[in-house]
Design a protein around this ligand. Structure first.
Ligand SMILES: Nc1ncnc2c1ncn2[C@@H]1O[C@H](COP(=O)(O)OP(=O)(O)OP(=O)(O)O)[C@@H](O)[C@H]1O
Length: 271
């Protein structure tokens, strides 16, 4: 199974993308100190799709929260940079379940980030129109979240994230609440949408299939305290078709290998 070294070194500092060095996060709890993330180092090249799998409670969400600036690391460094020189690195987040405003229409939800940063009306119209179209929601632009299925609501979250045109996407199990068919359809749509822009994505999932289907690299984490167990390069060509990919024998082998690596960790976490 191909693997990638976590070392991001270049002579002039970290390469564009996300570079994490010796990252540690502990939490004080009534039962003592919990080490959620333990000495994680990795480099996610700019424009790549990086997926993280690991047992429940191994610190996946904590890593994303630190990268997004919602949580301070206990120690270690994070360097997030881009190759273009057009201002600070921006991000959008997509979570499990949806985070839509129930009193806003689909259009207004998708336009929310752009409104918040006072984007020109023409940009809002173009961006929101484009991503509602990409996610098959144009007909539902005037609907409210309660009138949509779970899959459609999650599509709105994705349209909103992409309409915002950030440099980096943080996605935390965005499809985990969906049934298998909806999940596959949304994976296809996410790939199609992402392939247009090729922005950096960090995507957390419990599904090894999903991690391999979407990712350029998969990080396998140990059970808590969460460390990097293995970094696996996913060699399949892009653009990818989810169903075509799943027919390939190499795909099955890769899933099998990753499961082999993850199995002990999941068993350990459950014990
Ligand atoms: N604010 C907090 N205070 C105390 N402990 C926390 C806090 N946030 C996270 N933890 C603990 O840190 C560990 C890692 O949590 P985290 O949510 O990052 O794991 P995860 O891998 O995303 O889990 P899951 O896959 O179940 O979502 C867990 O043991 C969790 O209980």
């Amino acid at each position: 199974m191909p693997q990638q070294s976590p070392t991001p070194a270049t002579d002039s500092g970290p390469a564009p993308g996300i570079t994490i060095t010796d990252l540690v996060k502990t939490f004080e709890t009534p039962d003592g100190v919990v080490t959620a993330v333990d000495n994680v180092s990795l480099h996610v090249p700019e424009g790549s799709f990086f997926t993280i799998v690991g047992p429940s409670g191994c610190g996946k969400t904590t890593i994303i929260r630190m990268l997004a600036g919602l949580e301070d690391p206990t120690s270690g460094q994070m360097d997030i940079r881009k190759s273009s020189d057009d201002g600070p690195v921006t991000n959008s987040m997509v979570f499990q379940g949806d985070s839509l405003f129930p009193w806003m229409t689909v259009w207004d939800n998708a336009a929310y980030g752009l409104h918040m940063r006072h984007a020109p009306k023409s940009e809002i119209r173009d961006q929101v129109g484009h991503y509602l179209d990409k996610t098959g929601l144009t007909r539902f632009a005037k609907a409210y979240p309660h009138q949509l299925s779970g899959g459609m609501r999650q599509r709105v979250s994705i349209a909103r994230a992409f309409a915002n045109d950030p440099d980096v996407f943080y996605m935390d199990e965005p499809f985990s609440a969906l049934d298998e068919q909806n999940k596959t359809i949304l994976q296809e749509e996410l790939l199609r949408t992402w392939e247009e822009s090729r922005k950096t994505v960090i995507f957390i999932t419990h599904s090894v299939d999903e991690a391999v289907t979407l990712g350029d690299q998969v990080m396998i984490m140990t059970g808590r305290p969460g460390r990097v167990k293995q970094l696996v390069d996913v060699p399949f060509d892009r653009p990818r078709s989810v169903l075509e990919l799943r027919r390939q024998p190499e795909y099955g082998e890769m899933i099998y290998d990753i499961w082999g690596s993850l199995k002990d960790e999941v068993g350990g976490a459950a014990a």
